[in-house]
Design a protein around this ligand. Sequence first.
Ligand code: UTP
Length: 226
Amino acid sequence: MDKVVVSIGGSILVPGENDADYISELAGMLKGISDRVQLAIVCGGGKTARYYAEVGRGLGGDTYQLDILGIGATRLNAQLLSLALGDMPDTVPTTAEETADRSEPGRIVVMGGTVPGHTTDAVSMMVARELGACRVVNATSVDAVYTDDPRVNKDAVRIPSMTITELGDIVYKEHGASRSSVFDPLGVRIAAECGIDISIVDGRNLTELRNAILGEPFSGTSVSSR
Ligand code: UTP
């Protein structure tokens, strides 16, 4: 059975509108395919993480402390998805190793962040490395990787498939400008080193997300690392 890790952005999971409906449908879809792929899910922090970071910054928090607040938000989101899956532990796994240890066919393990200094995209890649997963599906708020920011440049072209080296060229360049990138540069490095493919898909489109998780053709960007 294929092992697949899903990195699901907090902005997808809890944008602040009909969140219970979406999380419940997502959980139903994941459970429905859990006999076909062995799944581990890593949840991002979204709005909650950004809000706590903003308030923490106002209180004089340093980068390390703001990251700790962000990690707290990712774990809260992981608890929500665990609740919807009907298996909410008192604490979610705090390391990639713990998630890999708890993972088994038919059991969906959900976690958030680990330690300061990276994002949950990187965590999802660490889990994939531990598990020996063939791909990480990045369920995000953009529907694909583009040649430029499509919100700013109307000539930006959608890229249906690319190599990990090409994705690296984009994220290493972007990372100089801001911390927000299409995929965490550390995650891209691990994917390249370990030969783990990345599928980037609109996480609100559950049909395409399901296709991407199952390794079937999907609308989004396929990043090949092999
Ligand atoms: P996210 O993974 O949601 O990061 O973690 P992000 O890139 O800001 O979110 P998206 O992808 O745009 O939705 C939220 C914050 O939590 C901290 C970081 O500060 C991150 O920005 N964090 C998270 C860590 O320090 N370590 C982790 O393992 C995870």
